[in-house]
Write a new protein. Structure first.
Length: 375
C-alpha cells in the first residue's frame, strides 16, 4: 500500500452531521401538525376544529403529495449514497490524486513520451493503490475498532468480506492492466502487488514497514518507466528520491494515534530540505532531454519550492508538539506534498507539460480531502 493508511480525520464530515442538517432543513419554518387530538386537550374541542385546522391538514397533504415524487427517490437513494461515502472513505479517494504522477515521473525519467501503454500503467497503479487501501483496513479492523471506530469496517458500514474481495479484485485488475501494457510493465507490477500485500498483512507494524512502503512508491514510478520505454535503469534515481520522501512520511505516520517523539517529524523535515536541494541542484549526469539551464530549470525550482512549502511547516509544528492532531496534519501534508514532488521530477527530466498537469492535481486533491480524509 502506498502512503495514506493512518487515522487523520481533518476535514471529515460525518454522515450523522449531514442527517442533522437534513432534518433541520426539512422542518425549517414550521412545526407540522399531526391532526391528532389528545384527551383533555382544550384545543381538541369541536369548536376548535375549524376550517383553518382542516386547511392546515390539507396543505400538509398537498405538500407531501408534491414532495413525494421528489423525496421517495431520495429516501431510496440514501442508502446507496451512504455506501458510496463509506467506500470513498475506505479507498481514500482523494489520495488517488497522488497516483498518476508516479507513472508519469517514471516515463519522464526514462526519457519516454507518454502513450497508450503509459495510460495502462496509470490504470494499473490506481488499481494496486486502491487494493492496498482496502486491504489495509481489512487487516487493521480490530485495531481500528479500538482507535478509529468511525472507519467504515468497525462502524459496520462495509463488511470485512467485501473489503477483502475488493482488494483481491483490484489486485487482479491492476495486474491485468499491467500485462496489457507489456511484459516489462508486468515484471514491475507483480513485485509491486506483492509488496502491497506483504506490507498490509505482515510488515506494517515491524521496522521494515516504512521501507516496504517506500519500495512500493519507488516501484510505482518504475512501472511508468517500464510501460513507456521497456527500461527502468534511467528511472532508478527518481524512484529513490520519491521512495525517500515516502519513507519519511510513513515513519511519521506510525505515531499518529499517540503522543510520539519529535524525532520523526524533525527527520522528515530534514529529508524535505535535502530532497528540495537535490531537485534544484546540478546533475552529475545531465539528462539527454534536458539542456543545462534550459526553460524547465525555473519550473523545476518553482515546483520544488511548492513541495517544500507543503510539507515543511506541518512537520515543524509536529516536531514542536508531536500530539496526534498535529502529527496527523503533518502526515496529510506529507501525502499532499507527493504531488508537487512528482511534478518537479517531471520538470527536472524534461517533461514540462506532464509536470504542469500533475501540479494541477494538487488543489483538486486538497479540495476533496476536506470531505474525505486522505489517511
Amino acid at each position: 500500500m502506498l502512503p495514506g493508511d493512518a487515522g487523520h480525520q481533518g476535514g471529515r464530515v460525518t454522515d450523522a452531521g449531514k442527517s442533522r442538517d437534513g432534518d433541520r432543513g426539512a422542518g425549517a419554518g414550521r412545526a407540522p401538525s399531526s391532526g391528532v387530538v389528545r384527551p383533555g386537550d382544550a384545543l381538541g374541542s369541536p369548536d376548535r376544529r375549524t376550517t383553518e385546522d382542516r386547511a392546515d391538514r390539507a396543505d400538509q397533504a398537498d405538500r407531501a403529495d408534491r414532495a413525494g415524487r421528489r423525496t421517495a427517490p431520495d429516501r431510496a437513494g440514501s442508502r446507496p449514497s451512504g455506501r458510496r461515502r463509506a467506500w470513498a472513505e475506505l479507498l481514500r479517494l482523494p489520495a488517488l490524486f497522488t497516483v498518476p504522477g508516479d507513472v508519469l515521473a517514471g516515463a519522464a525519467a526514462a526519457g519516454g513520451r507518454p502513450g497508450a501503454r503509459t495510460l495502462l500503467a496509470v490504470g494499473s497503479s490506481v488499481c494496486l493503490y486502491e487494493a492496498g487501501m482496502a486491504l489495509n483496513d481489512w487487516a487493521d479492523r480490530a485495531e481500528d475498532a479500538a482507535e478509529r471506530p468511525h472507519r467504515p469496517l468497525p462502524s459496520g458500514r462495509i463488511r470485512p468480506a467485501a473489503a477483502l474481495a475488493a482488494a483481491c479484485a483490484l489486485t487482479g485488475a491492476g495486474l491485468a492492466l499491467a500485462a496489457r501494457a507489456g511484459r516489462p510493465a508486468l515484471t514491475v507490477a507483480a513485485p509491486l502487488a506483492a509488496t502491497v500485500w506483504a506490507y498490509d498483512l505482515a510488515l506494517k507494524h515491524t521496522p521494515a514497514g516504512p521501507v516496504a512502503m517506500a519500495a512500493a512508491r519507488g516501484l510505482d514510478l518504475l512501472l511508468g518507466a517500464a510501460a513507456t520505454t521497456g527500461r527502468t535503469r534511467a528511472a532508478l534515481p527518481s524512484a529513490a528520491l520519491l521512495g525517500t520522501h515516502t519513507l519519511a512520511v510513513t515513519t511519521v505516520s506510525r505515531q499518529e494515534t499517540r503522543y510520539g517523539s519529535p524525532l520523526a517529524p524533525m527527520a522528515a523535515l530534514a529529508v524535505t530540505g535535502l530532497l528540495t536541494r537535490m531537485l534544484t541542484g546540478r546533475r552529475d549526469r545531465p539528462h539527454p532531454a534536458v539542456p543545462p539551464g534550459g526553460p524547465t530549470a525555473g519550473l523545476t525550482t518553482a515546483l520544488a519550492a511548492a513541495y517544500a512549502a507543503t510539507a515543511a511547516r506541518p512537520y515543524f509544528h509536529a516536531a514542536l508538539n508531536p500530539s496526534p492532531p498535529l502529527t496527523q496534519r503533518a502526515v496529510g501534508a506529507g501525502i499532499r506534498a507527493t504531488i508537487p514532488l512528482q511534478a518537479a521530477l517531471n520538470a527536472r527530466n524534461g517533461a514540462p507539460v506532464p509536470a504542469l498537469l500533475i501540479a494541477a492535481l494538487a488543489p483538486l486533491g486538497a479540495r476533496f480531502a476536506r470531505k474525505v480524509s486522505v489517511t
